[in-house]
Design a protein around this ligand. Structure first.
Ligand SMILES: Cc1ncc(COP(=O)(O)O)c(C=O)c1O
Length: 383
């Protein structure tokens, strides 16, 4: 089969693909149809936390697939219960709702915030404040949450009741809260798709404070920043804040679809029987994968993620370029068009990403130092 031709003919043209078909991978390396090797600095956009075909992950998935692959949410299953327990224990959250993607994890967060506000303040307190340059997903509600106008047009009307504040503008945020009937505030600590923009620590703390003072639901979208990516299990842990809701997905099951919405005690009983659901949410195979992922993300592992991120940052800065982000979520301001840098990296065997006009790196969290050094050499050349 001609992969590229068949794909072009039969798959909707919503993705502008690179001219590359990946046929297999191992660790941080992947291979095209001709056997050409690439160092992968993308991990499937922050998903493959342990790279391709990781043996521990693959074993957990295979064992569960051979035991019990799906039951529906009418029954209890062990992997789902165990995963929820691990997530709550490691975050101090009270309950979890499982879904299949980041967008769905955010949809759930919005439902929690709206129902909490409706029952505590009144049904007209439905507004959710998000930030300009944010990205929260592609469903009509999470597009509305996404503070980037260009994603909106052509799909109007979106879900109503979203307001946008500028990142790091505490006064502006306070004004929006004072002038509107607000249910909650949703932020990313590092805006991934928006250009790897890390929020100021003072601003993140101010969001926490404003939510507490006004009894708003403080939601952090950890879809991209979560599950070890920034060098902590969840990125909010860098900021000394305690959100009411954390949404996550991407790296959670390290290559299988899984979303999770973590709820603190304040909001954990908001959703009751019949309020929300998902056929595949909490699927035992995905949950077993996620349990195996979180089991390996101990303090020593997370410290290595931070150290590798620091290594990349220092090398790139020494070469004269500005770096943003945290841990192994890295943005680099390029001097030539980012498309040219991406092409040069790929031509020299390194796969990278972009975020707006920046070069973005999201390598597997366990990338060996030797491969990381090789990749950084190629990236500096390309820059
Ligand atoms: C911060 C953030 N939220 C939500 C999403 C949407 O996740 P998904 O594509 O799994 O629906 C993304 C995807 O890039 C993201 O980066």
């Amino acid at each position: 089969m001609n992969i590229k031709k068949t794909d072009e003919q039969y798959i909707a043209h919503t993705y502008k693909r690179f001219d590359l078909a990946i046929v297999k991978g191992k660790g941080c390396l992947c291979y095209d149809e001709n056997g050409r090797e690439y160092i992968d600095m993308t991990s499937g956009i922050g998903v493959n936390a342990f790279g391709y075909a990781d043996p521990v992950w693959a074993q957990a998935v295979a064992d569960q697939a051979k035991t019990l692959q799906h039951t529906s949410n009418l029954y209890y299953t062990a992997p789902c219960a165990e995963l929820a327990q691990i997530l709550c224990t490691r975050t101090g959250m009270d309950k979890v709702f499982f879904s299949n993607s980041g967008a769905e994890a955010n949809e759930c967060a919005v439902k929690v915030a709206r129902k909490y506000a409706a029952s505590h303040k009144g049904a007209d307190y439905y507004n959710i404040i998000t930030l300009n340059k944010s990205f929260h997903g592609r469903t009509l509600t999470t597009l509305a949450a996404t503070g980037q106008e260009h994603f909106h047009h052509d799909f109007l009307p979106l879900t109503e009741g979203f307001l946008y504040a500028d990142a790091n503008d505490t006064e502006g945020l306070q004004r929006l809260v004072a002038e509107n009937k607000v249910a909650g505030i949703l932020i990313e600590t590092v805006q991934g798709e928006g250009g790897v923009n890390t929020l100021d620590a003072d601003f993140v703390k101010a969001v926490d404070r404003i939510c507490k003072e006004n009894d708003l639901v403080f939601m952090i979208d950890e879809v991209q920043t979560g599950n070890g990516r920034t060098g902590k299990l969840y990125s909010y842990m860098h900021f000394g804040v305690q959100p009411d809701v954390v949404s996550t997905a991407k790296g959670l099951a390290a290559g299988l679809p899984m979303g999770a919405t973590l709820m603190s005690e304040k909001v954990s009983s908001v959703l009751g029987y019949g309020d929300h659901g998902s056929t595949f949410g909490g699927n035992p195979v995905c949950a077993a994968a996620a349990v195996s992922v979180l089991d390996r993300m101990d303090d020593a592992f997370l410290a290595q993620v931070a150290a590798k991120g620091q290594y990349v940052k220092e090398r790139i800065e020494e070469a004269g370029f500005t770096v943003s982000g945290m841990g192994l979520m890295i943005g680099i301001t390029t001097k030539k068009p980012v498309a040219e840098v991406l092409a040069a990296c790929m031509a020299n065997g390194v796969l990278c990403l972009s975020a707006k006009e920046k070069l973005r790196l999201l390598p597997p969290l366990n990338i060996p130092q030797e491969q990381l050094e090789k990749a950084v050499d190629v990236i500096i050349d390309a820059l």
